[in-house]
Write a protein that binds this ligand. Sequence first.
Ligand code: PLP
Length: 375
Amino acid sequence: MYNIHRASKRLKDFDSSIFQDIFRKQQTLTNPIDLSIGLPEGSTPQYIKDAGIRAIQENHTTYTSANGISQLRKAITEKLLHNNKVSVSEEDVTIVPGLTTGLLLTYLAILDPGDEVMIMDPSYPSYHYLVPLAEATLKRVGTLPNFQLNFPAIESNISQKTRIIIINSPNNPTGAIYPKEDLITLAKTAAKHDILIISDEMYESFVYEKEHFSIGSIYPNTLTMNGFSKAYAMTGWRLGYIAGPTEIIKAINQLQQYAVFSSSSIAQYAALEALKQPTQSRESYIKKRSLVINHLSEAGYDIQGSTGAYYTFFKAPHGQTDIEFVNKAADHNLLLLPGCAFSEEEAYVRLSYGGTIDDVQKGLDIITEITKQAK
Ligand code: PLP
């Protein structure tokens, strides 16, 4: 019978039942150690909160143009030039209400049915979930076991229809960083086949050893995406930006006019202030990262990636699946995420060390304990 409450067929690939089961289980815990969520440490810095409050008091509380306020776009062009050597004009930047929405807008604005989108596996879940909404075809290229770009696999998955390759370095969920030489090789590959690169640089400020390198500095057919969620602990403000070729930004804005109208004016004025100061200190992340790597290595885990962002993606021990291990951790009051959220592989688990060092230490102790028990 006709069901007036039915979800659209479009949502058939949005099956989140596994996660709902896990979240249901997690909700039964009291004061769990939460190493599952991707939040950075601490709350939004005071000077940014003050700027948000000031924006309200000064009545910056109305719609802005669809692509955002000009002062913020100008500040972003300066940041991109100075920090990333990416040279774009103010018109080549658009402000979006978070990168997740920004990605959807991009797909819908430029993909036609049958176009192919290549993603690296594992990767941020929205990259693959949103592809069918644009009626495009997903191509996954594995990065296991070291979570680096696999050029033979990339080449062999490129076809006439490949429109976009998405990369994310530093990476969620693996913490891997792609070396500059590999990004140069990727740029050459993309140029050879006329492919647009989307470079999600959300974790740019969580690079601990070398300098961050932006592929947009050497390959003009790049959409450089970034935002305020992680670098400035502003996940709830919902603000990001996309910079790249004029025609593509124009197409995104055309859609944005009707799908978003404008990003939050308050968040935009706060972000303008945010950009005036350096991002959070890396010290505490460096400490937590060493703690995680040393502890897990001693417990017998083979740690790959984990050079940037604040994630470690490790294989569940003794042939357990990711769900089994995550459920066992939950039984011990520890929250982790199963790898299947990010990957076709079902053997990995993501640990986030975005939280306090105390919680990270407690979580690691629980992992050691359940690893011993599983033997
Ligand atoms: N890109 C990556 C790689 C992420 O890990 C996340 C959030 O975890 C996002 C984008 C989402 O960004 P936003 O908060 O701007 O939607």
